[in-house]
Write a protein that binds this ligand. Sequence first.
Ligand SMILES: *Cc1c(COP(=O)(O)O)cnc(C)c1O
Length: 379
Amino acid sequence: MQSKKRIFLSAPHMGGTEREFVSRAFDSNWIAPVGPDIDAFEQEIVNYTSASYAGAVISGTAAIHLALMLLNIEQSDEVICSSFTFAGSVFPVLYGGATPVFVDSEESSWNMDPNLLESAIKKSIKKGKKPKAIILVHLYGQSADIDPIMAIAGRYEIPLIEDAAESMGGLYKGKHTGTFGRFGIFSFNGNKIITTSGGGVLVGKNSEDIERARYLATQARSPAVHYEHTCVGYNYRMSNIVAAIGRGQLSVLDQRVERKRAIFERYRSALEEIDGVGFMPEPVWSRSNRWLTCITLNPAKIKKTHEELRLALESENIESRPLWKPMHLQPVFSHYPAFTNSVSETLFQRGLCLPSGTGMSDDDLTRTIDTVRSVLKRS
Ligand SMILES: *Cc1c(COP(=O)(O)O)cnc(C)c1O
């Protein structure tokens, strides 16, 4: 029998007003994938992020799929993807049968390396096939170096989709991640910085794009009483109840970012004195939401591996998780082209995400820190 309370990696954390929003939606009987809370949630996302337009959907993955369809990605097309990410940012490329081309990370941000990106584009062009889109991930809440990537995307006229699933509330040069490219997506899955239990949003610069996304996401129904269909549709629209939860969550997002950053600072101040412990960087041009605190263990200085540390935490009923396994190493993607430099592989071999839930108490944090210190100091 485990007697110690479970500490989760990043558990949902309601702000308090969600229940009221949901109650009101019930009282008005808007239990549907249309309704006033969807409209209001979309508007509040636009207000918060300064994105131009927003369409709420059932998941971040669905939002990426819609963005790819809006860019007319076809089976013969290539789409450049960050390799160091969660698979949800790549699967939609395969839904339409297109080919992902993986690009590795730079050390300074752990996100897409602009030089490797350009090599990948050049190689594709040489083969006579310019990539049709770039899906750029902002990992663990930390933005990629967007300016050089936008410059390359602009030079080759390739549209950019920002996968900001993990980085809502995070900034690049003072502006919200997800608002730079033609499209951006956010996720409200259960462990993200804010959650609706499941959900996502597509943001974009053109109103026609987002309108078409809404159309595709509601079974492509053309306005006719009998429902006229001229293309394949999807059932991707967010429900009004889910949007009601989102409105409450969005109202506490700033507090969540502050708390995530404070959690990171506590880990850093407690662990940085241990020789060989590293932290996810935060370049001066960015402000991370610090969705998850990520540490690395340098094997030349620390004998314990990240897996041994994970197991030691688990035996204390504390959840932690290795950094994302790079997509180019995943069996399902291993036969696709990849431009690598060993940065993501090395991080995967060394890194661990520590519990970072904003609902975690200071005592939970102390318990986690004490465990990590005692394991590593014995090392
Ligand atoms: C969570 C996540 C997604 C997928 O979002 P869902 O809402 O779970 O579909 C995509 N990309 C990244 C980087 C993610 O972390």
